[in-house]
Write a protein of this length. Structure first.
Length: 416
């Protein structure tokens, strides 16, 4: 099944008529395939379909999935498609379209019913049957006491409907709650802290707006993980593995040009020691080791700092201790890895002085990596820039330029 889905995605992405390719699929496969396509190709599919074809596709989807699809359409097409839906479905979708797709409300589903704590199981069963008849889906049952949400009534407890003595409050399951305007990342944190199957979304007055299901949360977690990886590597979050070569070039070349500029800066630093390298060509072997270790250590420090910023655990004003800890950790790791490299250089090149130079350079560069790896994200965050997207280039520039300067400078002083 997975291989089939991957093959279909690639066929749709490569097709000149993606809408026709998509519609040739059985309905049971259309929903799965569509929501696994990148957004750019989803738009291509919808643009290649006429309004009646879009309406038929939307009409078969749950309101929350239908809202995601309609949100990709232009204004005129949205109105035309919504106008052809039945009143109940249209009202639900129009309600969901009011909210940002990156908020709790943008992730929620309307598949729920509310019951009062004093209602019996027979009344609960009646409400559930009515919801199922209208929507075709079993709802989440939320129990309230006036405006207060007490929790969820698990579906299997409806077997107690014939027991007059059964009280719904005896079978409640605690349910985490979020405000409708909270970001998807905040909702994910709530889900991780409370691994329940659902999260209730509340309005400003604490009334229930909807329910977020686990499958929507898992999809958001996957998207968040992918976005984080893209940010760390400087790739546009809209880029997909299914994009064509020209599209990939368009999205990447600016970042690569910036990196080219920093590479020239590192090359200029090496050029200052041209005579030293000419006299000691052996140094060329160890230059990538010094630079590579510094870059990796800096990325580790940056990852920890960026996460601390995201969780609001640290800021530039309170970051002195964190920066100090990263510097100390960098120095300790530098002693460990630098000592290993120094021993290797001494044994293989029969030069204790070369081993000493490389060892000191490694310690120094990992200290630099820890310092800039922690400081740069905090400064960028203070200036209003996204540290995950922008920090890497500055950190690697610092470790490359300063690492080469220290390594080659020490070599010039000690070995010549």
């Amino acid at each position: 099944m997975q291989e089939f889905t991957i093959d279909v995605q690639q066929q749709i992405a490569a097709s000149e008529t993606p809408g026709a390719e998509f519609q040739a699929l059985p309905w049971t496969r259309q929903r799965v395939v569509f929501f696994q396509l990148p957004e750019s190709i989803q738009r291509d599919v919808l643009d290649d379909m006429d309004r009646q074809e879009v309406r038929r596709f939307v009409r078969r989807l749950d309101p929350d999935d239908a809202t995601d699809v309609i949100g990709l359409l232009d204004g005129d097409t949205q109105e035309a498609v919504l106008g052809q839906l039945d009143t109940d479905r249209r009202e639900r979708i129009e309600f969901l379209l009011k909210f940002s797709p990156d908020s709790a409300a943008g992730m929620m589903d309307l598949g729920y019913v509310t019951v009062d704590r004093d209602q019996g199981f027979e009344e609960v069963a009646r409400l559930v049957r009515r919801h199922e008849a209208r929507t075709g889906r079993f709802p989440t049952v939320l129990v309230t006491d006036g405006d207060e949400v007490l929790g969820e009534l698990p579906g299997h407890t409806l077997a107690l409907a014939g027991h007059e003595s059964a009280v719904v409050t005896e079978y409640l399951r605690p349910t985490p709650m979020v405000r409708y305007e909270q970001s998807d990342s905040e909702v994910i944190e709530v889900f991780r802290a409370n691994p329940q199957s659902k999260i209730v979304v509340l309005d400003e007055d604490d009334s229930i707006l909807g329910v977020i299901y686990a499958d929507d949360l898992l999809r958001a977690i996957e998207e968040e993980a992918g976005q984080t990886l893209y940010e760390f590597t400087g790739v546009d979050e809209q880029e997909s593995v299914l994009d064509g070569a020209l599209e990939k070039v368009r999205r990447r070349y600016k970042w690569l040009i910036i990196n080219l500029g920093t590479a020239f800066l590192a090359a200029a630093t090496v050029g200052l020691f041209e005579d030293t390298i000419a006299a000691l060509t052996l140094l060329v072997i160890y230059m990538p080791v010094v630079a590579g270790m510094g870059g990796n250590a800096g990325t580790q420090s940056m990852a920890v700092t960026v996460r601390g910023i995201a969780l609001e655990q640290i800021s530039l004003r309170t970051g002195r201790r964190a920066i100090g800890n990263e510097v100390l950790a960098g120095g300790a790791n530098g002693v460990i890895t630098g000592g290993i490299v120094a021993v290797i250089a001494t044994l293989f090149n029969q030069s204790p002085l070369l081993g000493l130079v490389i060892g000191i350079a490694m310690v120094s560069n990992l200290v630099i990596a820890g310092f800039f790896g922690a400081l740069v994200p905090l400064v960028l965050d203070r200036l209003g820039y996204d540290p995950a997207t922008s920090a890497t280039i500055f950190i690697t520039t610092a470790t490359d330029v300063l690492g080469f300067f220290i390594f080659l400078g020490l070599a010039q002083i000690v070995l010549l």
